[in-house]
Design a protein around this ligand. Sequence first.
Ligand SMILES: [Zn+2]
Ligand SMILES: [Zn+2]
Length: 346
Amino acid sequence: MMSFTPTMRAVQLDTPDRPFVLRAVSIPEPAAGEVRVKIGACGVCRTDLHIRDGLLDLGKRHFTVGHEIAGVIDRCGADVDHTWENRKVAVYYYIGCGHCRYCRVGDEQLCPHPKAQPGFSSDGGYADYITVPLRNCVPIPDHVDLAEAATMGCAGSTAVHAGRLAAIHPGEWVVINGTGGVGLALLQYARNAGGRVIAIGRGGEREKLAREMGAEHTIDATRTPDTAERVQDLTGEGADVVFELLGTQEAMSAALGMLRRRGRMVMLGYTTDDFRAHPVSFIVREITLLGSVGSTLEDLHEAIDLLARGVLRSPVAERLPLEDFEKALTATRQGGLAGRVVLTPA
Ligand SMILES: [Zn+2]
Ligand SMILES: [Zn+2]
């Protein structure tokens, strides 16, 4: 007897520093406690480029990339209530060990031994289907666009996480150093928390968007030789919080120079650059340096809720079929688009 295994499309990492490969793989079946999501949208994140370039390498090979995933549950594994079928969901991309001190309090993004990280080290969303534990699925209200909801999976939830870590108080000056997907989401989060926002970008469409989203001032870094000095001028005493999203030595030094005494610098962006600064610039001003990675499951619930209530907007600049992943990655690398690029497998 012949057996036939149905296949689906998946875009995979074979080796860092090589293009991703589109191939046919078998459609996964949900195990007990899991569901299968038919992927409607997967956002393209700069981290996908870092994975391709080898800048972020968790040691895994031959897995499907993409971690900003939204879709519709199309099959439930054993022990999952069938009322979940046909529900729109966004996928949380950490599956922690469940037992360590971080998992115990919901900080799965810090789990030293995660069971899986879809799109980072296990199969992600540049594909037609994915299987994940039901608890990793965050319901999306019907009126919310699937592509916009997908971008909450990383850009939105990362912003919520960093915003919470920074504990922004009303009236504080908040600098967003970099107006990519996370930057624009952070801008809106900071505004909603009562912050006075200065957004630093590279002019163009993004600057317009930053203004529309409530930035009190925008700075075009391509026309401003000393962004730190400009922030000092605008704020009088320096910023209370700087979110550093670019990760170049130049950007990180500038960010440090923007802060007031006892200011908080939150690091989210990275390149191949190290960060070099003299300790005195932290010591005598009592600067706090915070790292922020990914998000908790609760941060994603919050991001979807903010999107659904219109507090957070997430413009999608381009929707492309899965086959056009190279075009999507190139557009993301070039930057400057008026929003996220999203692949739409379904
Ligand atoms: Zn853990
Ligand atoms: Zn991402």
